[in-house]
Design a protein around this ligand. Structure first.
Ligand code: PLP
Length: 413
């Protein structure tokens, strides 16, 4: 496309955008269980209005926009209230999980340097941890040591093996709450003991669980300690744009203390312009992403999140029972909104292709090959339809019909 000579009218543009969206995944119908967190139209409306209200404001300028600065402080304070942040704990809003993880790693590295660490650095993490850590490590030239999970089918990080992998150059250990591929919470307590004995920074990646697990726990789910309650946890990533139901482009990176946080901001001078202090990598920070997160949190409150997360857990339990009845094995003991499952006789990627042909945009896990779901409140309405289509997809694979069709590529992105 080239820039049109003459601009077009909004109705024309709107119509074109609608038609362009026609081939996208049908997430509004609840037929997508990856990428989108669908808590319904009412919350979408709050997101849109709150985003639009501050979409031109810039979080780069807290003096110009004290409103945005205060909303960010409020969001961080609400997050720390949910995640047992001790007195003095603090953090910042970033653009997403990858951004939060990158900033936590940069902070851990600079903290290590401040304590005399020099030369090559490494991080030690379970094989199931998100690739965002590798991306950040690539940017900062840090070695990544991915360690096999426990061999007991729990799909959890192996604290002993991670202990073995740590050395004097380790600047961070990682646990997930939960991990993305299996939806399982790592034994953060045990990782904390290792981190403490090795004197290594422990980061908990709660991008998915940060705004889910606290409410699941309030609803009676026996979620083990995973947050700042574990004394060794130095930092956490928790995404507002996932189960916080905020508009996309919003996550939180949180630190146990001001002293740790102090290694995150960039306070720079040495150019022609005025000195500049930014808490995160971004310069311009979209006011709308901050205001939308603030608004949704205030709109839902504790009761709203408890209701939605309860609905998601109930749907997961229903689907869990349903897939077991179809002969699938569920991986580990999922407690939140993610799950992965595989069939002893049918190849998961073939079943994935068949379920995709039936209009479902879901995901897969590679180790071991499994079907993957990340559930939203909206899925309560479509769980039965999904299970019916899954049964039909299994039949198609069993009868060899799937093999005759073009295979669908199973990718995260
Ligand atoms: C556990 C976990 N960590 C980190 C991320 C990265 O988040 P983002 O896609 O917002 O960068 C994800 C994304 O799904 C995730 O599931």
């Amino acid at each position: 496309m080239r820039l049109p000579k003459q601009g077009k009218s909004w109705p024309q543009i709107e119509a074109e955008m609608t038609s362009r969206g026609a081939n996208d995944a049908k997430w509004r119908d609840g037929k997508t269980a990856v990428y989108v967190f669908n808590a319904g139209e009412e919350i979408a409306e709050v997101q849109k209005k709150a985003y639009a209200a501050f979409m031109s404001e810039n979080g780069l300028g807290p003096l110009a926009f004290p409103s945005i600065a205060q909303m960010e402080k409020d969001v961080i304070s609400m997050a720390l209230g949910l995640l047992h942040g001790p007195e003095g704990a603090t953090g910042a809003i970033t653009s997403g999980g990858t951004d939060s993880i990158t900033m936590a790693m940069k902070t851990a590295r600079d903290y290590a340097r401040s304590r005399g660490h020099s030369g090559p650095a490494n991080i030690v993490l379970p094989q199931s941890a998100h690739l965002a850590f590798d991306k950040a490590a690539h940017l900062m030239d840090i070695e990544v040591r991915r360690i096999a999970l426990k061999s007991d089918d729990s799909y959890q990080a192996d604290p002993d093996a991670m202990r073995e992998a740590c050395d004097s150059k380790t600047i961070m250990m990682v646990g997930s709450a939960p991990n993305f591929p299996h939806g399982i919470i790592d034994p953060i307590d045990a990782l904390g003991e290792v981190a403490q004995s090795k004197q290594v920074w422990l980061h908990v990646d709660a991008c998915v669980g940060g705004y889910f697990a606290p409410f699941a726990r309030m609803n009676g789910v026996p979620v083990p300690a995973f947050d700042f309650d574990v004394p060794a946890v130095c930092s956490m990533s928790a995404d507002l744009h996932k189960y916080g139901y905020a508009a996309k482009g919003a996550s939180t990176v949180l630190f146990r203390s001001e002293d740790l946080y102090a290694h995150m901001p960039f306070d720079l001078d040495g150019w022609s312009g005025a000195p500049m202090k930014t808490p995160t990598l971004a310069g311009t920070r979209p006011g709308g992403a901050i205001s939308a997160a603030w608004a949704v949190m205030n709109y839902l409150g504790e009761e709203g999140y408890k209701r939605l997360q309860g609905q998601v857990c109930a749907t997961r339990e229903k689907i869990q029972e349903g897939v077991k009845a179809l002969g699938f094995d569920v991986l580990g003991n999922p407690m939140l909104g993610l799950m992965a499952f595989r069939h002893p006789d049918l190849h998961s990627f073939a079943v994935y292709g068949e379920i995709y042909r039936r209009g479902w945009f879901t995901s897969v896990t590679k180790e071991p090959p499994s079907l993957h779901l990340m559930l939203s409140p909206r899925h309560a309405d479509v769980a039965d339809a999904y299970l019916e289509d899954l049964a039909a997809a299994c039949d198609a694979v069993r009868n060899g019909q799937a093999a005759k069709k073009k295979q669908v590529e199973a990718r995260y992105s």
